[in-house]
Design a protein around this ligand. Structure first.
Ligand code: SAM
Length: 284
C-alpha cells in the first residue's frame, strides 16, 4: 500500500485544512514567500504561500468572479482598474472579460508567483497575458499607492493575509493612499478574511476602511478552500449609489460574460450579512 502524503495549511491557530498530496510540483522560497504548489484529487492544483492557500484550479472562479464582477458591474464607467496582489492572475482574467474596462494595472510584489501561475494556471489565466489592456508592475502595492500619479475607478486588493509582505495592505495609511488614487465615485474591494476564524483581522480592516471612506461595508462569498464559513470582501466608496444598482442594470453590464458563480440576483443578496458579521462590523 502506498504511503499517504499530506500537507496542512498553517494560517489559523487551532484548526487547519489538510490536503492529500498527489504530486508536489514545487516547494521552495521565492525571496518574498515560501511557495508550495501541489496537486490534489479534489481541488486540482493548489498554490500555497507561507502555508496559506492562495488559489486552487477548481474553486478559483468563486472568489475571482465575486471580487471582479460585483464592483465592475456596480460602476457606471470602470475605465481604469487596479489590482494589488493577485499574482495568480485569476482575478485579472475576470476583470478583462468586461469590455467597459479600458486598462488594467496589476501591482504584485512577487514576480515568482506570476511566473509560476503563468506556467501552472494557464487553464484560467492564459488570456490575460496577450491582452493589450493588461500591464504588470512588480512592486509593493503599498509603496505604489503612496507614490503613483495614476487614478483608478475600481481598485481590487487581492492580497495574502495580514502577515509577511501582505501586512502593509491592511493598514490605515494604505487605505488613505487608496482613497487618494481613487477617482470620485470609485469603489475599493479588499480581501478581508473569514470573520468566524479571523474576527480581529476583520474588525481592524473594517475600522481602518471606515476611518477613510464614507461607506465601508462588506459582502460575502463562500470559497471551499478559504474554509471557516463566509469570506468577506470589503466594499469602500463615497458613492452610495453603487450599493443600489438594479438587477436589470447589472444584467445589462454582465451581458456576454459567462459566469459559474456570479448572478445579478446573488450580487444584490451577497450584501445581506448574517447577524454575527453585522455585529462584528457595528462593533469594529
Ligand atoms: N485570493 C488569495 C487569498 O485570499 O488567499 C490571494 C491570492 S494572491 C496569490 C495574493 C498575492 O498578494 C500574492 O501573489 C502576493 O505575492 C501578493 N502580495 C502580498 N503582499 C503584497 C504587497 N505588499 N504588494 C503587492 N502584492 C502583494
Amino acid at each position: 500500500m502506498s504511503e499517504r502524503k499530506t500537507i496542512a495549511e498553517t494560517l489559523h491557530n487551532g484548526v487547519s485544512i489538510v490536503f492529500d498530496v498527489d504530486d508536489v510540483l514545487y516547494q521552495d522560497g521565492t525571496g518574498h514567500h515560501q511557495l508550495a504548489l501541489i496537486r490534489n484529487g479534489i481541488f486540482g492544483k493548489v498554490l500555497m504561500l507561507d502555508g496559506a492557500v492562495q488559489v486552487t484550479s477548481r474553486d478559483e472562479f468563486m472568489y475571482h468572479e465575486m471580487l471582479a464582477h460585483v464592483p465592475i458591474a456596480a460602476h457606471d464607467n470602470p475605465a481604469d482598474v487596479l489590482i494589488i496582489g493577485g499574482g495568480d492572475c485569476g482575478l485579472a482574467e475576470e476583470v478583462l472579460k468586461h469590455k467597459r474596462v479600458g486598462a488594467l494595472t496589476q501591482v504584485e510584489i512577487d514576480a515568482s508567483v506570476l511566473e509560476f501561475s503563468k506556467e501552472h494556471f494557464a487553464d484560467f489565466n492564459a488570456s490575460v497575458f496577450d491582452d493589450p489592456r493588461f500591464r504588470v508592475e512588480i512592486a509593493d502595492g503599498a509603496a505604489f499607492a503612496a507614490e503613483t500619479d495614476q487614478r483608478f475607478d475600481v481598485i481590487l486588493v487581492d492580497s495574502t493575509d495580514p502577515s509577511g509582505p501582505g501586512a502593509v495592505l491592511f493598514t490605515t495609511e494604505f487605505y488613505r493612499n487608496l482613497k487618494r488614487i481613487l477617482r470620485p465615485g470609485g469603489i475599493v474591494v479588499s480581501q478581508n478574511g473569514v470573520p468566524f476564524l479571523q474576527p480581529e483581522e476583520f474588525q481592524t480592516a473594517m475600522r481602518g476602511l471606515r476611518s477613510v471612506f464614507e461607506i465601508a461595508s462588506c459582502y460575502l462569498v463562500a470559497v471551499p478552500t478559504y474554509f471557516g464559513g463566509h469570506m468577506t470582501l470589503g466594499w469602500s466608496t463615497d458613492n452610495a449609489e453603487t450599493l443600489t444598482v438594479s438587477e436589470e442594470t447589472l444584467a445589462q453590464r454582465m451581458a456576454g460574460i459567462d459566469t459559474r458563480y456570479y448572478t445579478p440576483l446573488h450580487h444584490r443578496a451577497s450584501f445581506a450579512l448574517p447577524r454575527f458579521i453585522e455585529t462584528l462590523l457595528e462593533e469594529a
